[in-house]
Design a protein around this ligand. Sequence first.
Ligand SMILES: [Zn+2]
Length: 361
Amino acid sequence: MIVRTLAAPAKYYQGPEILKDLYTYIKHLGKKFAVMTDEIVLEIAKDKLEQSFKGIEAGYEVILFGGQSTQAEADRIIKLVEEMEADAVIGLGGGKVTDSAKLVADLANLPVVIIPTAAATDAACSSMSVIYDENDTFVVSKRTKNNPEVVVVDTDIIGKAPLRTFVAGVGDAFACYYEARACRASGAMNYNGGVGTQAAFAIAELCNKVLRENAVEARKSVEKKEWSEALDRCIEANIYLGGVGFENNGCAIAHGVYNGMTATIKPFTAMHGEAVAVGVLIQLAAEKISLEEWDDIVAFYKEVGLPCCFADLGVEMDDELMHKVAEAGCTVSPNAHKMPFKVTPEVLYEAIKIVEERNGK
Ligand SMILES: [Zn+2]
């Protein structure tokens, strides 16, 4: 029996300056909110937060996040949230605080609101929390009971985040369609215990189309720190389409080889989405796509400023490291095995070699 399933945030809001109306979007969740954030983000957001709660009975308390999504940090914050008798947890900031807020809310049995301040990954919408140890080594990717109750995306804040975070987000979201296509062909399970619905696949296709048509112009908007329709569309692609798309279709080689990179390349300074972008090329090489399609995608990468090879990720690649990444890409996570053909370390090694031969420096 095939079970088709779809999971997504209950509510999603996106627009310029909308953080100042935050309470309007979350008032159904209660009257007391625990805001997890760091000092830098608080400085950027505090005026809008204050404005949002001005003159109303409801309120919020800030809990400064320690910076790493560890179990110990979640346990520390849960105590504070419980003492405060908060009705909901708000995760305000980047990927680490998002992961931690989802974990805290899950363990405290509270709803979670996510307010991403960069479009660097597709983590805001999913029901997954990545846990690390104190040394930033990946420990586990935990499924939370629910997707975020509300996701609030202030495009003014996102558009002013560093260009690198936006481009990395395009890389992460760009993987969505190719991995969805692979999972659909193989019948692999998604992250919600079933296979993707038609809607989920349509979201992945749309994600690809939006990025191909808008990412180059959106990049220019971020450089100029100016809002544009193209930027608005790409923010939705990076955060919502990519997020709901990956969770409901599944991941494949692009993320599998990323997991292999983080396990074998030390230090690894590339951002998640940058490395995943190279992972997409490795997946496409393993799929043996036509040279015409290849050239078209690489031209797009260059226009957007996405990394095309390991040198672009700041990694000096050699034959031995290629073997290590390929081996780890097959063992660290099950992602690489979601393809419609058998993936062995040799298959990944050959694909990495193709990417380096064609695009390497
Ligand atoms: Zn990703």
